[in-house]
Design a protein around this ligand. Structure first.
Ligand code: AMP
Ligand code: ZN
Length: 114
């Protein structure tokens, strides 16, 4: 999709701190980290949000979760724990309209969210 920030990051048109990738998924550090480890996992192809992917390509959701698990191990937070978050739409607090999963860890996270 033209004019999409995360499409541009996925294609390398806009630089990002990429920590892992596959042929279909890219993981890069969030520019405004909310935890010591804060990585975004995105599909290379444009989808508006994660539920949209689940509808058309559920295997891609699994690939995103698998890469998140790989990054958690690489960042050394697999033993201490982590959180995967996917914000959808206005009430979910989604600000970038390209599907992404947040991987958060490295400190004790509060619950419930505000
Ligand atoms: P959300 O609010 O769930 O849509 O999350 C979007 C996330 O993208 C936020 O945590 C932002 O800090 C992050 N973000 C926005 N622009 C960039 C960028 N250029 N590189 C890395 N992360 C970004
Ligand atoms: Zn996009």
């Amino acid at each position: 999709m033209s004019d999409c920030l995360f499409c541009a990051i996925a294609s390398g048109g806009i630089p990002a701190d990429v920590v892992a990738s596959t042929d279909r998924v890219v993981a890069f550090r969030d520019i405004q980290p909310q935890a010591p480890v804060h990585v975004l996992i995105i599909p290379r192809a444009h989808h508006d949000d994660v539920p949209s992917i689940a509808d058309v390509d559920p295997t891609l959701v699994a690939e995103m979760f698998a890469l998140a698990a790989q990054v958690a191990r690489a960042e050394g937070i697999d033993a201490t724990g982590s959180r995967l978050v996917t914000n959808t739409g206005a009430d979910g607090g989604q600000t970038v309209p390209h599907a992404h999963v947040h991987l958060l860890g490295g400190r004790r996270l509060s619950w419930p969210p505000g």
